[in-house]
Write a protein that binds this ligand. Structure first.
Ligand code: URA
Ligand code: CA
Length: 433
């Protein structure tokens, strides 16, 4: 087989066979196929698209390009959740113990944050002693005993995706539905998921800016999952403003604890219940989404979700007393109020920009090597649709430096107050097939 023939076939709008796709992925991973041919094929896919079968084959070829995590020793259906990325997205921290409390095994492989979106591991590491450097055997044992554990990303998952994603980044081929969908799904499948729940974000803080694009991506991923034997569901949720009120590692951890107590922000709580219900149904712990939601609400009400969170922290070396005493979390030296400059209704809290403001305080990494400050970030007092009076605090900046003029400048550009506005729709669509 010659790579040039594969490129020409796709260029002319024809469907590639499984053999052709595997030839490309295997050859490219090994270095037999050069970047220039791979980028040419990526561009052909960008313009000519791929059918469902090609997408499924591309996904599985990338899964098989590296290690595949074997979770078969864990009892039950392992459901993983993936979010396409957002600002202040605290859902995983709440979902993991919550669905575990109703019997769904959560074997989570997670990463650190890069750029203006935070990583789950960073947030968890704001608890003294908590660590994710555990062996695979230990990981399996913990999930079997207590239904929940988190492990750091292993080295050689989907090397084909790593290489192709980096190439797409510099060849104008990131924004292609078949390429994005296969990229995301390959990582989830290689990490051992039997079933997958997807939270596709839309809005200015998201990868997919429009609802139409988000819907197309969600459908593409759901159909890949179902075509390769992983039950998959998706929701499309708003990321025009940050989720919940807290942005920043320890601040979000505190927010997660509040939410597990039933005292969390409304939007975060609703998103957690929606995603959690899908996880519970896919794990076959409930027959309907309504029944699943009731189980989750009960687990919050009767304290079992919070108890599960404590066990989870303790079993990975963390100081679980922070749950009852959140003052033990790292706290910033300065708390600076940012006040409304006019009367009206908050109409814009640009998620992306507020994420960047939080990163400027030290909550996020610009490069992989950066150290982050777990204590800093932003807490919103008002969200889009809320009425404000001039001089009323819109948010509090948690900082370890006294001068935050640069952050305030950034916030000035991210926040708008108008005469009228409404809260955005939080959950646009629920996609179950
Ligand atoms: N995120 C991914 O993991 N892959 C893509 O291609 C785009 C976003
Ligand atoms: Ca949040």
């Amino acid at each position: 087989m010659r790579m040039v023939d594969v490129i020409e076939k796709k260029r002319d709008g024809k469907a590639l066979t499984q053999e052709e796709i595997e030839f490309f992925i295997n050859g490219y991973t090994k270095g037999d196929i050069p970047d220039y041919q791979a980028s040419s094929l990526a561009m052909a896919i960008y313009f000519q698209d791929m059918n469902e079968e090609e997408r499924a084959n591309l996904t599985m070829a990338m899964v098989n390009s590296g290690d595949v995590i074997d979770l078969s020793l864990i009892n039950g259906i392992k459901v993983d959740k993936h979010s396409t990325g957002g600002v202040g997205d605290t859902t995983t921290l709440v979902l993991a113990p919550l669905v575990a409390a109703v019997g769904v095994p959560v074997a989570k492989m997670s990463g650190r944050g890069l750029g203006h979106t935070g990583g789950t591991i960073d947030k968890l590491e704001s608890i003294k002693g908590f660590h994710v450097e555990i062996s695979e055997d230990e990981f399996v044992k913990l999930v079997n005993e207590n239904q929940v554990a988190v492990i750091g990303q292993s080295g050689n998952l989907t090397p084909a995706d790593k290489k192709l994603y980096a190439l797409r980044d510099v060849t104008g081929t990131v924004n292609s539905i078949p390429l994005i969908a296969s990229s995301i799904m390959s990582k989830k499948i290689a990490a051992g998921a039997d079933a997958i729940v997807l939270d596709v974000k839309t809005g200015n803080g998201a990868f997919m800016k429009t609802l139409e694009d988000a819907e197309n991506l969600a459908h593409a991923m759901v159909s890949i999952g179902n075509n390769v034997g992983r039950n998959t569901m998706a929701i499309i949720s708003d990321m025009s403003q940050p989720l919940g009120r807290a942005i920043g590692n320890a601040l979000e951890l505190k927010e997660a604890i509040d939410t597990l107590k039933g005292e969390g922000p409304e939007d975060l709580t609703e998103l957690v219940l929606t995603l959690g219900s899908q996880m519970v149904v896919l794990a076959k712990q409930a027959k309907t989404l309504d029944e699943a939601r009731q189980l989750l609400l009960n687990a919050i009400k009767d304290g079992s979700a919070l108890a599960k969170f404590k066990i989870f922290l303790e079993q990975q070396g963390g100081d679980a007393t922070v749950v009852d005493d959140p003052d033990k979390l790292p706290t910033a030296q300065y708390k600076i109020e940012y006040k409304a400059k006019s009367n009206g209704v908050v109409s814009e809290l640009i998620a992306n920009e507020i994420g960047v403001a939080s990163m400027m305080l030290g909550a996020g990494r610009q490069t992989k090597e950066d150290e982050i400050d777990l204590s800093v970030g932003i807490v919103l007092h008002k969200k889009v649709g809320d009425t404000v009076q001039i001089g009323e605090p819109l948010l509090t900046i948690h900082s370890n430096r006294q001068n935050v003029d640069d952050v305030i400048d950034k916030l000035d550009q991210s926040i708008t107050i108008q005469e009228h506005s409404e809260a955005p729709t939080l959950i646009h669509k629920i996609i179950t097939e």
